[in-house]
Design a protein around this ligand. Sequence first.
Ligand SMILES: Nc1ncnc2c1ncn2[C@@H]1O[C@H](COP(=O)(O)OP(=O)(O)OP(=O)(O)O)[C@@H](O)[C@H]1O
Length: 460
Amino acid sequence: MYWGCSGSLHQSVMTLSNTGPFNEFLPFPVVPAETSLLNKLIRTSLVESSHAVEILQRDPSSPLYSIRTFEELPLKKELLQGIYMMGFNRPSKIQETALPMMLAYPPQNLIAQSQSGTGKTAAFVLAMLSRVNATEKYPQCLCLAPTYELALQIGCVIEAIGRFCADIKVTYAVRGNRVPQGTVLKEQIIIGTPGTMLDWCFKQKVVDLKKITLFVLDEADIMIDTQGLSSQSIRIQRALPKSCQMLLFSATFKSTVREFAEKIISNPIMIKLREDELTLSNIRQYYFVCRSREEKYEALCNIYGSITIGQAMIFCQTRRSADWLAVAMTQDGHQVAILTAELTVAHRANVIQRFRSGKEKVLIATNVCARGIDVQQVTIVVNFSLPTNQQGEPDFETYLHRIGRTGRFGKSGIAFSMVESRDVVLVEMIEEHFRILSTLTWQNCIPEMWCPCCSIEAGS
Ligand SMILES: Nc1ncnc2c1ncn2[C@@H]1O[C@H](COP(=O)(O)OP(=O)(O)OP(=O)(O)O)[C@@H](O)[C@H]1O
């Protein structure tokens, strides 16, 4: 699989190593950069938010306005053409507010937070392509991303939106792309990871930082959670001229991100798009009490026999039980895909893409690799085992992530949990926990006695 575009780097085999923070309960860590990448790869459309953009902090001297159409922006016609070729008819929520600020003169510094998929990348790509002076053949914009693959993804967006800007070129400061000292870079935009960018700027000295007019730091939350990346980014940023415009983007706005952002960006305008909260209120939840794994499987087959299922996602606690279930379902003639943390990111992306496109109807996943992955068309979620922590207590957060839907995409869904008798107490704890948030409709259905509550069309 090749994730880059036609830029000046070509490399076809990519895997991300699991180097992120280690989750003590699970054999494989959840790596936020991987989740972010997978979501980018599987996302084909904008995640529209119902929330307004909040302006947390603003430069009082800057006029603040938002736009409704791309034509209202000072964009060159080649960029408008590029935008329309991408199928973007109107700006997203975050673009409405951020783009006028990013394109304003004099240039303004901006910190923007908005959840994944809301159009941040497209926004800063437009800013980069607008700021560049295409007649000058030297680096003018630097963009930092936390991983090789994410850097290449940004490059793809630049090349897609900028396809009519023939004179603007992009290069990649990422591992494997070596530039000997003395190289004269002609590309106006450099996208890279902090380590290699640092090398290009300070060791190889192929970038004259004094000539950089726009600096973009993407996925700031991932950067600061990944050892070394934030200090490398700060080193680069500190060497830039005072007049250089700084843009920082993040999907989350934890206090650490805010502190980091404020440390490196002076007098920023700060904007934030509130995230839709996960909710269980539109999910009907049922559970089966089973005596064994085999009986859980029988219950699962009963669900399949009784209701119309679009696509289902089944969660298992361990890889071994995921494998067992995949074999059993395949033998019974189901088209099943399996997602476990041992797969490389490229492999996982492939599995998810196949599932998205409907090639498989069932996706069996272990929790670790499915967390944060956005598969919107799923109408049925099955907990083949309830998520628990190392102490054997219910993992409420994971439960919510597995079955929760945001208000915006809150088509009703159904979730089934298979529990062994000794675990009914977990069900009660989950019920107790979420009763505060929403009204739950738990139903105790016993496989042999199929109850009427379950004869509901999924997604109805
Ligand atoms: N104005 C728009 N109209 C329609 N689609 C858009 C628009 N802007 C972006 N998109 C599309 O929406 C998807 C998400 O956009 P984008 O990647 O820019 O979001 P993001 O906020 O940067 O996400 P992430 O945090 O995961 O990087 C992409 O498929 C992109 O092509």
